[in-house]
Ligand binder design. Structure first.
Ligand SMILES: Nc1ncnc2c1ncn2[C@@H]1O[C@H](COP(=O)(O)OP(=O)(O)OP(=O)(O)O)[C@@H](O)[C@H]1O
Length: 501
């Protein structure tokens, strides 16, 4: 046994985030941590990487008790983590990022010895079989390449334990496959992988061991042969039955056109030729490989990105240059992909975050009427089962999935006619994912329009009435979601990729 948490408890101001957690991690295996949002997974990882100290309990390293008092101690042991939010400097090249925070090799004159750096980097690439270019700046890399780069960096610290926190959150199936073959290689080299993901299919596929946490306690510990979808869901839901969303039959779609986008293009060319319609009462899924322009076209519609060509008609009005504030007033809301940068103000409370876009509604002559605000917020928190001490808790203190629920609650309070959801279930647990699906279907039934962007093709097929396929800034196909499968959609994507037209 390489690493063990023994009876670890962590208390935050009276709240037990972890209680007597004992888990063993073996070299050369993939051990997945599963659990609903707020179950304590990230807290455990933060204890293993020296960010938090346990209130009680021990960490055992190769049979001996050890103390991980700060991140450097974890790094010295060989425990490294790849976070959900990538920790790379966008304007630095891959090579520069690889050597970040460490001494660069020097030449005789004391300057940076670039050829030595490159030599060391190539040796690392070779050793770990990670084939990525290191010359491009990080902003030019795809999400998969960024993940690979971070793994390469972690391996340059001679990791014995590599923790991957939602590594596939924004990757499509094919991109994830690359990551899985790398994980396989790391396993063979005796690295212990701790894997956190809400995507059950991949957890089942790659795990040798699964531990389920519920409310800070270990509620199941499964060996490879015991890992099935049914078992995992059973343990995660405490045996309660889960009402699953059923795909609508598209009968509710009305003839009322809510949004019509024609030949849309943006100044930065990330969007070149996007055309689609959304009617009241329908859910339109948007699928495309990473970098296909889905997010960017949504931003252009919502007034966050400059459009240069084409037209956007919303509720029969041709839109000129618009701002998100105007669009919210007109009944449109964008639930953004990146909740940290665009969705939430982390240092503010749940309540303030949720009511930010509706300040006019909850204030009288500029003064916020607390009772109206409080009532609205607590209704939405209840609806989405946001796990928090109170509505006055800071968003930064919530678990990742609960932060996403706050983003959702915030959007709902604006009472929109059209929801634009960009990866809305990223990092949320399977129960919440289901709640979000049910909620959007309910909204569609009420005559609202929904745009659903997801890199999870299965999810797109589960929820959409129609599917628009993107490739390289263009919409290339529109499909009615009836008897089509993942292959049909992926075929279209790859056929339209450069060089295969
Ligand atoms: N710094 C903190 N201060 C107060 N409470 C905290 C802090 N960090 C975490 N918590 C609480 O501890 C509990 C466990 O949170 P944690 O982030 O570990 O959950 P998680 O399993 O990683 O969830 P998710 O799947 O949503 O990422 C939650 O109730 C959370 O609100």
């Amino acid at each position: 046994m390489l690493l063990q948490t023994r009876e670890i408890t962590k208390i935050f101001g009276g709240h037990k985030a972890l209680e007597n957690v004992t888990i063993s991690f073996e070299a050369g295996t993939v051990h997945s941590l599963l659990g609903e949002n707020g179950a304590g997974k990230s807290t455990l990882i933060k204890i293993l990487t020296g960010v938090y100290q346990p209130t009680n309990g021990q960490i055992i390293w190769q049979g001996q008790q050890t103390f991980i008092n700060r991140p450097k101690d974890a790094q010295d042991l060989g425990v490294n983590v790849i976070h959900q939010d990538r920790q790379l400097v966008p304007y630095f090249t891959g090579l520069e990022n690889l050597f970040l925070n460490r001494t660069y090799p020097k030449n005789k004159l004391g300057g940076i010895n670039w050829s030595k750096m490159r030599e060391q980097a190539n040796a690392l690439k070779e050793k770990w079989k990670i084939d990525i270019t290191l010359d491009k700046p990080v902003y030019d890399l795809t999400p998969t390449e960024r993940t690979m780069l971070e793994i390469l960096r972690a391996m340059s610290y001679e990791s014995k334990v590599l923790i991957l926190d939602e590594p596939t959150a924004s990757l499509t199936d094919k991109e994830s496959e690359l990551l899985f073959s790398l994980i396989d290689h790391l396993k063979k080299e005796n690295v212990a992988i701790i894997y956190i993901s809400h995507r059950l299919e991949e957890v089942i596929k790659i795990s040798d061991h699964v531990t389920v946490l519920t409310g800070g306690k270990v509620t199941a510990s499964l060996q490879k042969e015991e890992i099935t979808r049914e078992r995992i869901i059973h343990h995660m839901t405490d045996g309660k039955e889960m009402k699953t969303a059923e795909k609508s039959s598209n009968k509710q779609r009305s003839s009322t056109l809510l949004l019509s986008v024609k030949k849309l293009g943006t100044k930065d060319k990330k969007v070149e030729d996007v055309t689609f319609d959304v009617h009241a009462g329908e859910i339109v899924g948007m699928y495309g490989l990473a970098g296909s322009g889905r997010t960017e076209s949504m931003e252009a519609i919502f007034g966050l990105r400059e459009k240069t060509t084409g037209s956007i008609t919303y509720k029969e009005k041709l839109l000129g240059k618009v701002s998100p504030k105007q669009m919210i007033k007109a009944g449109m809301i964008l639930i953004p992909e990146n909740r940290h940068d665009e969705g939430l103000i982390m240092s503010n409370t749940i309540r303030h975050n949720m009511t930010l876009p509706i300040l006019d509604d909850v204030s009288k002559a500029g003064v916020i009427t607390s009772s109206v605000e409080g009532k609205k917020v607590s209704e939405e928190m209840k609806r989405f089962k946001v796990k928090a001490v109170s509505e006055n808790q800071k968003v930064a203190e919530l678990s990742g999935g609960n932060q996403q629920k706050v983003v959702f609650g915030k959007a709902l309070l604006t009472n929109p006619d059209l929801y634009i959801c960009d990866e809305p279930t990223q990092a949320v647990d399977i129960m919440t994912r289901n709640d979000i699906h049910l909620f959007l279907q309910e909204q569609a039934k009420l005559g609202k329009g929904v745009i659903f962007v997801s890199s999870d093709i299965q999810e797109i097929l589960e929820i959409s009435d129609r599917i628009i396929v993107y490739s390289e800034g263009k919409t290339v196909a529109e499909l009615v979601n009836d008897r089509i499968d993942t292959h049909t959609i992926l075929d279209i994507c790859y056929k339209h990729q450069k060089g295969e037209k």
